[in-house]
Design a protein around this ligand. Structure first.
Ligand SMILES: Nc1nc2c(ncn2[C@@H]2O[C@H](COP(=O)(O)OP(=O)(O)OP(=O)(O)O)[C@@H](O)[C@H]2O)c(=O)[nH]1
Ligand SMILES: [Mg+2]
Ligand SMILES: [Zn+2]
Length: 311
């Protein structure tokens, strides 16, 4: 018999799946030999959030994944820097909840990388600034972030009152699948537990020596909250090596200004009548932001060259 399943966890070539028609029926699964033969990259294998076709006898606790259904969205990065191969963090997600803690982790540059990857994968980014209770300038950081990303929703969160929980539950109640991502120790699993209303994910204190997380979450995991939708908790990421980036869509302010440059292919570095550089001179655009944009643009061009070469 064949069934539709949803991939909840993945560990090497072993998967936990549930039935699409009954989320409480859990099975362990491996991919079929045929899939292994035809897969040409890690991205061809099932990933957390995927809908899969299962061969299952309706009784045993094990099934075989025969096919991965077409993904409506995916969040990817370069998994192995030596080969440049794409790794999928999650599939079929609606929202990427990019978590940054306000004590030591805050970085608009990091946010831009996650946002660029999300937008490239068809995912709506939302930023959560966590640990507002530890940051005296939390409100200022919130405004700074909102200004940098005028089209992106920014939530502020803090223990123990967890003000972001209701907004996240509202998204889930609309049936959204939300992946929580960010550096280790920023409080992703703490927030996941608060949204679920029970302690499902392990959490642990950050190191006192350098304020970094301990990589407590080690596997990506899809969970079904009572309020609807789905949550994907992910392990903290050290670096986000971009595999695909929607840079223009991330820097909407710069893209708007660029439409007023004299040359339509202006690189905003040396051309005359550049509206972007003029905005910097007039104090309307942050020079640091422009420099980050130019750096990501270069990275995007390099990625595109690589992709053309491998085709
Ligand atoms: N003060 C304060 N501490 C928080 C807040 N959110 C999380 N923490 C603490 O931060 C530590 C790390 O939280 P986790 O939820 O384990 O972090 P994580 O992002 O899941 O980390 P990894 O699983 O390693 O990626 C825990 O000790 C939490 O109690 C917050 O808003 N304020
Ligand atoms: Mg965690
Ligand atoms: Zn220009």
């Amino acid at each position: 018999m064949t069934y539709i399943g949803i991939v909840l966890t993945q560990s090497h070539n072993l998967y936990t799946v549930c039935l699409a028609e009954d989320h409480t029926r859990l099975l362990t699964a491996r991919v079929s030999g045929r899939m292994m033969h035809t897969a040409s990259s890690p991205a061809d294998y099932p990933t957390v959030g995927d809908q899969v076709l299962l061969a299952w006898d309706g009784q045993a606790d094990a099934a075989v994944i025969q096919e991965v259904a077409e993904r409506r969205s995916a969040l990817g990065r370069v998994g192995d820097l030596s080969t440049g191969q794409r790794q999928l963090i999650a599939a079929n997600l609606d929202v990427l909840l990019m978590c940054m803690s306000l004590n030591q982790n805050f970085s608009l540059g990091r946010a831009e990388r996650y946002i660029a990857a999300a937008l490239a994968g068809g995912v709506t980014p939302v930023i959560v600034l966590t640990k507002a209770d530890l940051a005296p300038a939390a409100e200022a950081r919130l405004r700074e972030t909102e200004q940098a990303f005028p089209n992106i929703r920014v939530l502020l969160n803090s223990c123990p009152d967890m003000p972001a929980v209701q907004a996240i539950r509202n998204l889930l109640a609309q049936g959204k699948t939300i992946a929580f991502a960010g550096s280790s120790g920023v409080g992703k699993s703490t927030l996941v537990n608060a949204v679920l209303g029970r302690d499902v994910m392990d959490t642990s204190a950050i190191r006192t020596t350098d304020g970094r997380g301990r990589h407590t979450t080690t596997h990506r995991e899809l969970l079904f909250p009572d309020c609807g939708g789905a949550i994907i908790d992910t392990p903290g990421m050290r670096a986000f090596a971009l595999d695909d980036a929607a840079v223009e869509e991330t820097f909407t302010g710069i893209a708007d200004l660029a439409s007023q440059c004299r040359f339509s292919d202006c690189t905003h570095t040396h051309e005359p009548d550049c509206a972007v550089r003029q905005a910097v001179e007039e104090g309307q655009l942050d020079l640091k932001q422009l420099n980050r944009y130019l750096r990501l643009k270069k990275e995007e061009q390099r990625l595109n060259r690589q992709k053309r070469r491998h085709r």
